[in-house]
Ligand binder design. Structure first.
Ligand code: SAH
Length: 343
């Protein structure tokens, strides 16, 4: 049996033709799965019975199972999924007024060992297939209360640009008007700064959002918390950002976690301004660090955070402070999976 979500629309059309059915049924199948959230072929009432039977023999729709769930008092819900091979991945649904953001994983575990992130603690297992990434989206869509799933961010476990093909394949289906139909500007890839991936992304005809996890303003500090910085140091990364902006005319968001006694002083703010000041379309999103007890990471104090933001703002940097969500659950990346492993 094959995961039907591995197939793009044209591939499914070809498959149906090879079974002797007209290709227009492929759009109907896409609509049942991605727009109506139907996960059984038997419910696809506008398909001929013979086709429902045939695709039911060849394909399945949803491959994952819910393994655990945590719901925050603010409505943020974290799902832990078990994949067919028993590996676990997390996804989060973050509701807000008239929108709902799905935060999804792209890999099982992570190779990059950022010191503040719980995702890398168990090491790297494997890439997710496009169909598995779409499973997360489908599950979130079917379990979003109040509003539709309107935004997708690749900010769960894993490095999306280290699983480039599968992530891009899933994004094309998330974006397709025959499938989830989520606008490209509502889809964000977040990367630890994989330069070849950013270069490749700049050549795609997709208007998706790019976030870069920066978290320190100089190579010394960044390498301390993000080993990936040794391979792709700041000078090269910022040059790559200039090229990305020149090619795409799109803004880059720099994520910056404020960690106590590390990167939240005025010296760091000053260095950050110098690093980013020549970028034409850039924004800094400050994030109070999510405490991960296993990693001894603590957030900077509220006054420190405010002073940092103020410094950036006065220096002409476009800056926002991320609203913390799901604080009463294991909301930081990889935390639910980590706890589950310890149960
Ligand atoms: N590998 C990608 C995407 C996954 S991480 C990347 O590095 O961007 C998604 C975001 O969560 C990143 O900005 C990451 O730095 C942040 N994050 C990880 N651990 C965190 C913590 N303890 N507190 C706050 N944000 C954290």
């Amino acid at each position: 049996m094959q995961d039907i979500k591995e197939l793009a629309l044209a591939e499914l059309q070809d498959q149906l033709l090879s079974y002797g059915f007209p290709k227009y049924h492929a759009k109907q199948i896409f609509s049942w799965i991605y727009q109506k959230g139907i996960i059984e072929f038997s419910s696809m009432s506008n398909l001929p019975l013979a086709l429902r039977n045939k695709i039911g023999e060849e394909f399945y729709i949803l491959g994952l199972k819910l393994a655990d769930l945590q719901k925050s008092s603010d409505g943020t819900t974290k799902f832990l999924f078990e994949l067919e091979d028993k590996n676990l991945v997390e996804a989060v649904n973050i509701p807000a007024a008239r929108r709902s953001t799905g935060c999804i994983s792209s890999q099982v575990g992570c190779k990059f060992s950022c010191r503040f992130c719980a995702s890398g603690l168990g090491g790297f297992k494997r890439n997710l297939r496009a169909g598995e990434i779409l499973d997360e989206v489908l599950y979130l869509k079917n379990n979003t209360q109040g509003t539709d799933l309107t935004h997708i961010v690749f900010m769960g476990t894993g490095e999306p640009l280290d699983n480039y093909e599968n992530v891009l394949k899933s994004i094309r289906i998330i974006n397709s008007c025959d499938a989830f139909n989520i606008g490209a500007r509502r889809i964000t890839i977040s990367t630890s700064g994989i330069i070849p991936g950013i270069e490749r992304l700049a050549l795609e005809d997709l208007q998706i959002e790019l976030s870069i996890s920066l978290h320190a303003p100089d190579d010394k500090r960044r390498s301390q918390v993000m080993p990936v910085n040794q391979k792709y140091p700041l000078k090269d990364l910022i040059r790559c950002c200039h090229e990305y902006i020149a090619k795409t005319n799109r803004q880059i968001t720099f994520e910056y976690i404020l960690i106590k006694n590390f990167n939240s002083g005025t010296d760091a703010a000053q260095e950050l301004v110098n690093l980013l000041k020549d970028l034409r379309l850039a924004k800094v999103n400050l994030i109070p660090a999510n405490p991960v007890p296993e990693l001894k990471i603590m957030p900077a104090s509220k006054p420190e955070i405010e002073a940092f933001k103020e410094y950036l703002f006065k220096s002409g940097i476009n800056v926002t402070l991320r609203q913390e969500r799901g604080e009463d659950i294991d909301a930081a990346c990889g935390q639910l999976r980590l706890r589950h492993g310890q149960k």
